[in-house]
Design a protein around this ligand. Structure first.
Ligand SMILES: Nc1ncnc2c1ncn2[C@@H]1O[C@H](COP(=O)(O)OP(=O)(O)OP(=O)(O)O)[C@@H](O)[C@H]1O
Length: 373
């Protein structure tokens, strides 16, 4: 768990040094006080651009010298480990610096050996009704927390797809090039789809295992919808690759006209249903959708812990305000039994009155975090 967080010139914080003891850490403060900024700093200790998907250039404190640094001390089994990251210039021209116990490492991917981070933010509120691309990104983040190698595979697939689109547009007569890049896409595409399918299957198994009839959090039925997902579900990997390659070859003219590759993991969607009537998640009420998301994220945290042996850091931004008292009580009870450190934010202290014993509360004001009680 995180035992200390230090921020320097990160967003609204000039200098913050936060010693932490609690398994549950509540950050309470007015709108714009800087609660999400703290969660964002923690979310950077995982590959990607953090929970705001922000550019490095926006993270350095306005009015500072353009650099920023964030470091955490992890305390596990009596041992302590310091990991840190930063950007030496706010233009983001130079790469993010990452260090583990003072030694430079190549990227935040190296942090995955020590820490996994999962989160739920208000940005995800419209997930079930929004664009499929957002759901794919959400899904890939679920996979990534379980299997950090997913980032490398997905990036390689994206590059190969871009190459194919370029060849189709600029040199469609280059059949040999197309064949080669399509072979690569087929291999990577099936690997990406298979990793997603595995995570979804494991997640559904955890949801089924931890099913509690009395829980106000609806059990989610999660499925992947896409041509390639059907292939991967039905065929052994080599046959799925052949079938996907056929789809690519047959779709060349269509894809050239569309200006992109239409078949593959980049076209999949995540279907979530809930309740005895299997209602599509997007048709649920606002609170029901939030409850569904919370249920999925908590099940995911359990899955990450089971698969990696690293109980993830769980960041919950503004979740309590959306829930009725019964669901809020169930959430807090669930957090107490999760076995993960949870950082939770909210603007209303009254919503945190019945957090489990041992929870630590901080009052957040611009640039500061002060312990409460
Ligand atoms: N690079 C930056 N430098 C200085 N301040 C920044 C920077 N980026 C954002 N801020 C400030 O940080 C504040 C936002 O903080 P944050 O998003 O953490 O608020 P919050 O407490 O989560 O609020 P809410 O309850 O509204 O979600 C804003 O006042 C914003 O202007």
């Amino acid at each position: 768990m995180v035992a200390r967080l230090i921020l320097q010139d990160f967003r609204s914080y000039e200098a913050l040094d936060l010693p932490v003891e609690g398994q549950i850490v509540a950050l309470i403060g007015e709108n714009g006080a800087g609660k999400t900024n703290i969660l964002e700093a923690l979310s950077l200790f995982t590959p990607g651009r953090g929970l705001r998907r922000a550019e490095l250039a926006t993270m350095a404190r306005l009015g500072g010298d353009g650099s920023f640094a964030a470091s955490i001390t992890l305390a596990e089994d009596g041992g302590r480990l310091g990991i840190g990251l930063g950007a030496p210039d706010a233009e983001g021209r130079r790469p993010r610096l990452a260090r583990i116990d003072g030694a430079a490492v190549g990227s935040a991917l190296a942090f995955s050996d020590y820490l996994r981070v999962v989160w739920l933010t208000p940005d995800l509120d419209g997930l079930f009704r929004g664009a499929a691309g957002d759901r794919r990104r959400f899904l890939d983040r679920l996979v990534l927390a379980v299997d950090p190698g997913h980032a490398t595979r997905s990036n390689a697939l994206e590059r190969a797809l871009r190459s194919r689109n370029r060849i189709l547009e600029e040199s469609p007569g280059q059949g040999a090039w197309l064949d080669a890049v399509e072979r690569e896409i087929a291999e990577l595409g099936v690997a990406v789809a298979a990793a997603r399918a595995e995570t979804v299957a494991r997640l559904c198994a955890i949801i089924a295992e931890t099913r509690d009839e009395a829980s106000p959090f609806p059990d989610a039925a999660i499925a992947l919808a896409g041509e390639i997902d059907t292939l991967v579900a039905r065929l052994p990997a080599v046959d799925a690759e052949d079938a996907y390659r056929d789809l690519l070859r047959q779709g060349r003219n269509r894809d050239r006209a569309a200006g992109r590759t239409l078949a593959g993991p980049q076209a999949s969607d995540l279907e979530v249903r809930h309740g005895p009537k299997d209602i599509p998640a997007g048709q649920g009420s606002t609170g029901e959708q939030k409850a569904l998301l919370i249920g999925i994220v908590l099940a995911h945290a359990r899955l990450v812990a089971a698969m990696s042996g690293l109980p993830p850091l769980v960041l919950l931004d503004e979740v309590a305000a959306h829930l009725d008292p019964r669901r809020r009580a169930a959430l807090y009870e669930g957090l107490a039994g999760l076995g993960c450190q949870v950082w939770i934010t909210g603007a209303d202290a009254a919503l945190f009155g019945d957090l489990p014993a041992g929870a630590q509360r901080f009052a957040i004001t611009p640039g500061h975090a002060d312990p409460i009680g």
